[in-house]
Design a protein around this ligand. Sequence first.
Ligand SMILES: [Zn+2]
Length: 84
Amino acid sequence: MKTCPYCKAQITDKAGCYRCGFDFNSLINCQLQSKILYHQALQKYHCGDLKSAQQLVGTASFFCKNKINSKLQLMIQLKRLYYE
Ligand SMILES: [Zn+2]
């Protein structure tokens, strides 16, 4: 995150935006929660528990939509289509 998601000002302080006062802590917590869920989903994926992996990465995407979560969702969907 290089710019404020609300007003697009350059980020100079990790606590909040100097321009609009947007508090980044909740956003950072969502990103952290998403990463934890992503790694749990990846473990389930490698163990072959695709249904749990799909649920976990779905929740991870709820907290933070990004390419890495989308790619894992796609990999799980393809594998479920192929093997189930
Ligand atoms: Zn801002």
